[in-house]
Ligand binder design. Structure first.
Ligand SMILES: NC(=O)C1=CN([C@@H]2O[C@H](COP(=O)(O)OP(=O)(O)OC[C@H]3O[C@@H](n4cnc5c(N)ncnc54)[C@H](O)[C@@H]3O)[C@@H](O)[C@H]2O)C=CC1
Ligand SMILES: CC(=O)C(=O)O
Ligand SMILES: [Mg+2]
Length: 376
């Protein structure tokens, strides 16, 4: 298969879809690789390393899209990339369609095959291609929160860990999945008093077993959330309903009940956010303030730590990229139920329920787009 790796063009997105090691692995399986010049630079990979691994480096993004049967990247295509996408071209990347109406319509119109990292799902319900970036964003969330709690950055001016004789800050984490767990661990490590809420009691039981004493768990409901936000200094949004819009657990009216200078880090912003007032921001301009509450809503947090994130992401995506390249998307998705769940928009049809519901579009059963693919 002919595989293309364009340079990411989202604001401050320094990750890249394949490392030189990934290129070498795909070459070993007999595939042709085209990488856009300087695509890996932000993650520490020179063009020459890609060439040594067997890729051809092409000067422009147009060249890469024109050549490739499969595009492997990190973030969703942005508007300037839409016209480059060819009918039937396989795009293997994050999409977050449930928070991108324009993107959804653009991909329907281009008749591309959109296989979204974030909805590839194992029978255990784990999301293997979201987990590594959730680990990164979860660990970053208290770090960003601590920064914006500083007074010059418009926060309350409180140190997460306090000092001897002065109480630590209170951190509320909504959602006890991958992001929430990592966030709680780091916040606790910095000495904060942490409360983690989830609707999954079994998950809260697990956390209760292994978290340090300064992490407590509480069932997530509106009553408990309304009470907890009054005293919280830092609130981290980490809920997910896979492939669907996030529920608004903190609504506009609740901001007035919080302390001025409270910081909200809504990691779930890429699925629309679990805080009603959150709107996606960029690393260049990450925060805004409503009712004296600092909102941090960067939709590609891991993009700021590409040396860690690119390796973590490609560790997880490469085996799937190899499978797609070896078998073609139809056979690969016939054979691998996890990969099949990654199909969101195929040849102009929406095949993922959460996306169809988000934008009121007809849902086509995924089996109909896979018909005719022979299974070995
Ligand atoms: N902004 C960014 O740069 C990044 C954002 N993310 C996003 O972070 C979000 C969380 O991802 P993961 O932790 O991997 O998901 P996850 O599936 O591991 O965890 C989500 C948790 O939310 C819980 N939940 C659902 N409804 C809830 C409610 N009403 N109250 C409390 N908890 C509830 C679930 O039970 C689950 O434990 C996703 O939207 C993901 O896309 C992930 C990585 C980077
Ligand atoms: C998960 C995601 O959207 C990101 O890593 O940017
Ligand atoms: Mg994101």
């Amino acid at each position: 298969m002919i595989i293309g790796v364009p340079k990411e063009i989202k604001n401050n997105e320094n990750r890249v879809g394949l490392t030189p090691a990934g290129v070498a692995e795909l070459r070993k399986h007999g595939h042709e690789l085209y990488v856009q010049a300087t695509a890996g630079l932000g993650s520490g990979f020179q063009d020459a390393e890609y060439e040594q691994a067997g890729a051809t480096v092409l000067p422009t993004i147009e060249d890469v899209y024109a050549k490739a049967e499969m595009i492997v990247k990190v973030k969703e295509p942005i508007a300037s990339e839409y016209p480059l996408i060819k009918e039937g071209q396989l795009l293997f990347t994050y999409f977050h369609f449930a928070s991108g109406e324009e993107l959804t319509h653009a991909m329907i119109e281009r008749k591309a095959i959109c296989l979204a990292y974030e909805t590839v799902e194992l029978p255990s319900r784990a999301l293997p291609l979201l987990i590594p970036m959730s680990e990164v964003a979860g660990r970053m969330a208290p770090q960003e929160g601590a920064k914006y709690l500083e007074k010059p950055l418009k926060g309350r001016g409180i140190l997460l860990g306090g000092v001897p004789g002065v109480k630590p800050a209170e951190v509320l984490v909504l959602g006890a999945g991958i992001v929430g767990t990592q966030a709680a661990k780091i916040a606790a490590g910095l000495g904060a008093q942490v409360t983690v809420m989830d609707i999954n009691l079994n998950r809260l039981r697990e956390l209760d077993d292994f978290m340090p004493k300064n992490v407590v768990t509480q069932y997530s409901n509106e009553y408990n959330i309304r009470a907890a936000i009054k005293t919280a200094d830092l609130i981290i949004g980490a809920v997910l309903i896979p492939g669907a819009k996030a529920p608004h657990l903190i609504t506009r009216d609740m901001l007035k009940t919080m302390k001025a200078g409270t910081v909200l880090v809504d990691v779930a912003v890429d699925q629309g956010g679990c805080i009603e007032t959150c709107k996606p921001t960029t690393h260049e301009d990450p925060t805004f303030i409503i009712d004296d509450i600092v909102h941090y809503c960067v939709a590609n947090m891991p993009g700021a730590v590409p040396y860690t994130s690119t390796l973590a992401l490609t560790n997880a995506t490469l085996p799937y990229a190899v499978k797609l390249a070896n078998l073609g998307w139809q056979k690969a998705c016939q054979q691998d139920a996890a990969l099949r769940l990654g199909l969101n928009v195929v040849s102009g049809e929406v095949v993922y329920q959460g996306v169809a519901e988000a934008w009121n579009l007809p849902l086509v059963d995924v089996s109909t787009v896979l018909e005719g693919a022979e299974v070995n």
